[in-house]
Design a protein around this ligand. Structure first.
Ligand code: ARG
Length: 416
């Protein structure tokens, strides 16, 4: 029996050519695997047919939109995942769900190897291959662009020579990766990091400089996950889609950063993630109301580490899973409503309410009904500041105390 290779298939030029290219180079049978993570574009059945027309022996297609939203985007939301405080890990969370389907297809069709179309310079090759071997250690990985010298020009030549049913003409100036959580745009003139992104870079967001009238939204959460928008029940996928539309119309979630790739390169990245950024803003504020202070402080460290692990391709790693358990535990009381105004590129929180929050009006108020005993503050501060006070006294005793001379009273250095 011939060896079989499962290829991560997008339906585009490069992976369409890769089907025959891999078969020619290895003698194996190629099985195309296409996964819908909300990237839009062509119908899965159109993609399936093209894969077969390009020489795949089997085509596996999966609508993974709900799975991606519930099992990948929601954990990212609970973690308020923003790599380098900015990037909502859009591509980083899609690679593991695609991998799950690649491995499922490999098992179903008896394949020994999985192939993907990534180059050798990015994070995605790492995410695919580390995820593949974390799920199925027996599988091998190949990357035709990186390992079998499949360049763009050769792909065009090959598609034309073999008369493949795929357009070879329109060449996008950018490298784009998109899904329901957001959109990543790189390369082309963006590689000069002084160049401002042009309007054609964006598609999930409208220009925030010319917004429509302000849009008020109430998002209801249960255990850290959005369950209703303006009182209407929603699935995680619907919550993201609705917020993509409403926040996108206001130009919310445009991000332009230089980011540290795992492979050591700094790269210019433009993202748009209107739904993700609006949901994270709401979720973060609800956590401020509901998390106990120390739990919240520690969670911020944990979620930053979680985000780095996910960015670095460690979705299926033991540490990432352990941190998931911690993060899930923190979400037990993250219930309630956040009201936001979406306008001109900003999602501004204007109100919050929670039955499981820790905000106590009577403790906070300066008006009637104050239940906070202010006389206790004095002793608390005395003891709280004691260690620093003793250290300051020692500095004074050793002649290392602070200098309180006013600038005008200081004698100038050198001969006066
Ligand atoms: N730099 C981002 C990341 O590593 C986006 C990658 C987008 N991928 C792509 N093939 N264009 O997650």
């Amino acid at each position: 029996m011939k060896e079989r290779i499962v290829l991560a298939y997008s339906g585009g030029l490069d992976t369409s050519v890769a089907i025959g290219w891999i078969a020619d180079a290895t003698g194996a049978e190629v099985i195309a695997c296409a996964v819908d993570v909300g990237q839009g574009g062509e119908d899965l059945e159109v993609i399936r047919k093209r894969a077969l027309d390009c020489g795949a022996v089997e085509a596996y297609v999966a609508d993974a939109r709900d799975e991606f939203a519930s099992e990948y985007c929601m954990p990212a939301l609970k973690a308020n995942a923003l790599y380098m405080d900015a990037y909502p890990v859009v591509s980083a969370i899609s690679r593991p769900v695609i991998t799950k389907h690649l491995v499922t297809a490999a098992k179903k069709f008896g394949a020994s190897t999985v192939a993907h179309g990534c180059t050798g310079k990015g994070n995605d090759q790492v995410r695919f291959e580390v995820s593949i071997t974390s799920l199925a250690p027996e599988l091998k990985c190949i990357a035709p662009v990186r390992d079998l010298a499949l360049t763009r020009d050769r792909a065009i030549e090959y598609a034309e020579a073999k008369n493949l049913p795929i357009a070879t003409t329109k060449h996008n100036p950018f490298s784009i990766d998109q899904n329901v959580w957001g959109r990543a745009i790189e390369t082309g003139f963006l590689e000069d990091i002084w160049n401002e992104p042009t309007k054609d870079v964006y598609s999930y967001t409208d220009d925030p400089a010319f917004p429509p009238v302000a849009d008020e939204v109430v998002i209801s959460f249960k255990e850290g996950v959005p369950v209703a928008i303006d009182g209407e029940a929603v699935t995680p996928l619907q919550a993201i889609q609705i917020m993509n539309r409403r926040a996108g119309a206001q130009g919310i979630g445009r991000i332009d950063i230089v980011e540290d790739r795992l492979v050591g390169i700094k790269s210019r990245e433009v993202y748009e993630a209107p739904g993700a950024m609006a949901l994270i803003a709401a979720h973060q504020e609800l956590e401020r109301v509901t998390l106990e202070r120390e739990q919240g402080r520690f969670k911020r460290q944990v979620q930053d580490r979680w985000t780095e692990l996910v960015y670095d391709g460690q979705w299926f790693s033991p540490l990432k899973k352990s941190l998931d358990a911690f993060i899930d535990h923190t979400q037990a009381y993250v219930n309630g409503d956040i009201r936001m105004t979406l306008h001109g590129g900003r999602a501004t929180v204007t109100g919050r309410r929670s039955d499981s929050g820790l905000y106590d009006f009577n403790l906070a108020t300066y008006d009637e009904g104050d239940t906070f005993d202010q006389s206790q503050a004095r002793g608390f501060i005395e003891i709280y500041g004691l260690a620093a006070k003793q250290a300051a006294a020692r500095d004074v005793a050793f002649g290392n105390g602070e200098d309180f001379t006013l600038p005008e009273d200081r004698t100038r250095g050198g001969a006066a």
